[in-house]
Write a protein that binds this ligand. Sequence first.
Ligand code: NAP
Length: 254
Amino acid sequence: MIRVAVCGCAGRMGSTVVAAVDAADDMEVACGIDPAGAEYEFPVYESVDQALEGSTFDVMVDFTAPGAVAGNVAAALPIGVDCVVGTTGLSVEVLEELAERAAPGTCLFYAPNFTTGAVLMMQFAKAAAPYFPEAEVFEYHHANKLDAPSGTAVRTAQIISEARGFDSIAPGKETEIEGCEGARGALVSGVPVHSARSMGFVANQEVVFGSLGQTLSIKHVSWDRESYMPGVLLGIRSVKKLSGLVIGLEQVMG
Ligand code: NAP
């Protein structure tokens, strides 16, 4: 039985992770960690330090907030607790620094998107990138999301930039009129990224490629937070066999 601590267990994603771990045969929730508190049949602590004192667990899952995740992971990794992180907003440099603190054989697994569909969207975008001079990323999320652009959008832009091997021309960026800077999106690794926030969305992303006389759109929609759960459970099952920093669900999808 894999014993799992769920950081952010009172939140939208964390509470969905609790239900998914509960329903799996090979794992159980050892405890929750959330300063907001929550009513569960397992103990819920206010901090990771308190959880490490009061409970034992093999894996800690973190779906909290960009300002909280680094502190949480920094407390767990040196003790030898593998971490599965879905909280977005951390740079690769910060993730690398955190992973350096891990006890030997311990893994920091981060996936900016735990849905198989989004991973495939990024792989299709990687395949298309060398053939199109222009690419733009449009992402749509619920209004309470704390970071913009999304972790998935940032990762997609990086993948496109690496795969195409030429500099973006980001046409029209220079035509933004005074007072409306940003109209052509934020440049992430040279790729314009546009972030919409509104009630009604969970998480959507569309990558639009353009060349002479043609466009190619690759679109992924998460209708429900349950779409992330097979990926989160796969991450929990995989970390025991991994060590150091591992980024992306594609690393464990086989
Ligand atoms: P949410 O509903 O706001 O839940 C976050 C929870 O974490 C809240 O209950 C919050 O408590 C709690 N929290 C804050 N600081 C904490 C700490 N130090 N230790 C433990 N818990 C803490 O947010 P969400 O919609 O679930 O999203 C959480 C994160 O997951 C975001 O970064 C989001 O972008 C990311 N996400 C990732 C994926 C993916 O596939 N990788 C998918 C969806 C979402 P308070 O309310 O008291 O602050």
